[in-house]
Design a protein around this ligand. Structure first.
Ligand code: NAD
Length: 359
């Protein structure tokens, strides 16, 4: 009898509930195929929670996540709440949940599906074989350092401080080494060690830890060079690990390799195997309620959950293969369709992927 895994499901706002419904179908199909048992618990979060509970992150939702082995999140936000005071905005809930759950890294895969190579702005031959993951540190660095203004000799000055301690670097770098071990065993650590002291500490720490992972081939890449190489030969990367601001920029750059935001999954991880999984896209209020959103990013987030939290590598692969085969057969939602008149809906795409899942 398989161990029961608890998954907290948060649909959120806009297209969130539409895409999450399709990901739940995929979870159920995996139970059927592999004999796994998932206990799903649903909670309110974001705009809908502001409307119904008066706060973006109700205590009961947080407790539900803390009880769970993993969280599946749709998306939050929308114009209805844009002008609310800060504490009543959906994004405040996002920051709150990450902090409360101790999530310190953000993982974003960028996989180029052969049949969608033409959807990217890069030449198809450059994209050939691209399948990489960016591991971004989420809680330190210049975004969280001391910030202030002061009067200088030439007028007002602004200061942003970048701080990292060894422990913060160590925990994310270990996580990246472990992810690399589960993939093709190559890790690129990205920094600016020729200029920044935080980067020199980063590099020293990576070098000190590296001998513990002798099976992983490590390279150090300067961030400016990495930005270039991502456009020149993206397939040369497997796992990239980097600090908060570099990761913010590089993960968006890597995302553009794949062509559509509706295809991109992500994970935020803490200590141990716990993780929060969500599509990279937002709540897409412009298409919400129409049944046309692409559910693939959320479905691939389930595959990532299987790989990173549950260690169900084969099940993750089954989902990815099903997505590939449905795309290869020419099925497209509107965001990735060349001929929009032939586009299929959210539910249809979900049903086709479920039907294509097999061991
Ligand atoms: P968005 O990602 O929601 O939408 C950008 C564009 O991409 C829109 O044209 C949308 O229709 C399209 N799109 C997005 N996902 C799609 C999908 N699955 N299928 C087809 N098309 C898709 O970004 P935005 O418009 O900047 O933000 C809308 C709202 O979402 C805002 O309130 C923002 O704060 C919120 N947001 C939330 C998250 C999150 O929950 N983690 C992330 C980003 C933005």
């Amino acid at each position: 009898m398989a161990e029961v895994k608890k998954i907290a499901v948060i649909a959120g706002d806009g297209i969130g509930p539409e895409v999450v419904a399709e990901a739940v179908k995929v979870l159920k199909k995996t139970e059927e195929l592999f004999g796994y048992k998932f206990e799903l618990e649903y909670g309110l979060f974001g705009g809908i929670a502001i409307d119904e509970k008066g706060t973006p992150l109700p205590q009961e939702t947080l407790e539900m996540c803390q009880r769970a082995d993993a969280v599946l999140l749709g998306a939050v936000g929308g114009p209805k709440w844009d002008n609310n005071p800060k504490e009543l905005r959906p994004e405040t809930g996002l920051l709150g949940i990450r902090k409360a759950l101790g999530l310190f890294s953000n993982i974003r895969p960028a996989v180029v599906f052969d049949c969608l190579k033409d959807a990217s702005t890069l030449k198809p031959e450059v994209l050939e074989g691209t399948d990489l993951i960016v591991v971004r540190e989420l809680t330190g660095g210049i975004y969280f350092g001391e910030k202030f203004r002061r009067e200088g000799a030439n007028g007002q000055e602004a200061v942003d401080t970048c701080v990292y301690n060894v422990q913060e670097v160590e925990r994310i770098v270990r996580q990246a080494f472990e992810i690399a071990q589960k993939r093709s065993k190559r890790l690129a650590s990205v920094d600016k060690a020729n200029v920044l002291e935080t980067s020199r500490l980063w590099r020293e720490t990576v070098n000190r830890i590296a001998p513990e992972y002798p099976d992983v081939e490590l390279e150090h890449v300067l961030v400016d060079n990495c930005a270039m190489q991502l456009l020149r030969r993206p397939s040369s990367f497997d796992v990239i690990v980097t600090e908060n601001m570099f990761g913010d920029i590089l993960s968006d750059e890597a995302a553009m390799l794949t062509g559509s935001i509706g295809m991109l999954s992500s994970a935020s991880l803490g200590e141990g195997s716990f993780g929060l999984y969500e599509p990279v896209h937002g709540s897409a209020p412009d298409i919400a309620g129409q049944g046309i959103a692409n559910p693939i990013a959320t479905i691939l987030s389930v595959a990532l959950m299987f790989q990173l939290t549950f260690g169900y590598a084969e099940a993750g692969q089954v989902i990815e293969n099903a997505v590939k085969s449905v795309l290869d057969a020419g099925h497209r939602t509107g965001d990735i369709a060349v001929d929009k008149s032939k586009a299929i809906g959210t539910k249809e795409m979900g049903d086709l992927i479920v039907a294509a899942m097999s061991r």
